[in-house]
Write a protein that binds this ligand. Sequence first.
Ligand SMILES: [Zn+2]
Length: 122
Amino acid sequence: MYLVKQQLIDSLLEAARIVYPNEFICLIGSKQNNQILDDLVVVPAVYGDSYSFIHSHLVPIDPTIKGSVHSHPTQSNQPSTADKQAFQKLGSVHLIIGYPYTIDCIQMYDSQGNPIHFEVIQ
Ligand SMILES: [Zn+2]
């Protein structure tokens, strides 16, 4: 199970609101390289309407990067087929934030697209 810092959650929700109705896309990491997610990693082309905007050769090879985050312009936080394919390339933990971008709109998935539980810590 992963722990996510409240400050990171707040940043992600704010970013999702700002870029709406586009999708917000970024990578997330752990500064301590452990199970606590606390780092937002901005990648080239963070806004777009699909994951095709993240090109794996642009992503730095960094062991502190754990996975990805993106928002949906709809209330669905279920991964699409394209999302699941991207998850397999972009790390082990992935967040999808559905509209209207509150904490309850966030779902975490593993690299196969299976829902996993997370807790928010201060
Ligand atoms: Zn998606």
